[in-house]
Design a protein. Structure first.
Length: 167
């Protein structure tokens, strides 16, 4: 009786019909691109990106309309690439408040959408603060280092900066 159990797994959200990264990370002010891949059977379906702890109650942010044209909602855009069975979500100008649980989902036909089993995959987004730099300072990796004193008004070339920043 293992066959019915195996078939049931194929019907559950997030199982094989849709895949994506489990987590992605970015820095405040930058952009993130998330790619989710789906099976050929979902080629003509709308894809969407939503936010929430649970896929069944997530808030839809942006959705395709069954075509390859990019759709946008503020800083978030989505585009379906039917030639390679993927859709891409882009989050621009990230901020710390963008950290959280999101979902790549495919709209299927169900009477009660809240109870539907839209194929979905959860993506945890984490955003770290942008590194702070002081005007006139040299930004280097956070490792112990001794830097030579630079006189006011003296500029360092890229080569000189790389000599002062290890790694």
């Amino acid at each position: 009786m293992w066959l019915p159990s195996a078939l049931l797994l194929l019907c559950l959200p997030g199982s094989l019909s849709l895949t994506g990264p489990g987590s992605v990370a970015g820095t405040a002010g930058s952009s993130l691109r998330i790619r989710c891949q789906y099976e050929k059977a979902y080629k003509g379906h709308n894809k969407y990106w939503c936010r929430g702890k649970y896929g069944t109650t997530c808030r839809k942010i942006v959705e395709t309309e069954g075509e390859e044209k990019e759709k946008r909602n503020g800083r978030v855009s989505i585009r379906d690439h039917t030639d390679n069975l993927t859709f891409t979500v882009t989050l621009e100008n990230l901020n710390i408040n963008d950290t959280g649980s999101y979902w790549c989902r495919i709209q299927t036909v169900w009477i009660l959408d809240v109870l539907s089993l839209d194929p979905s995959v959860q993506v945890e987004v984490s955003v770290s603060p942008a590194p702070s730099t002081t005007p006139g300072s040299i930004a280097c990796p956070a490792v112990p280092a001794t830097f030579p004193t630079v006189n006011d008004g003296q500029n360092l070339s890229i080569k000189e900066m790389s000599n002062h920043c290890p790694g």
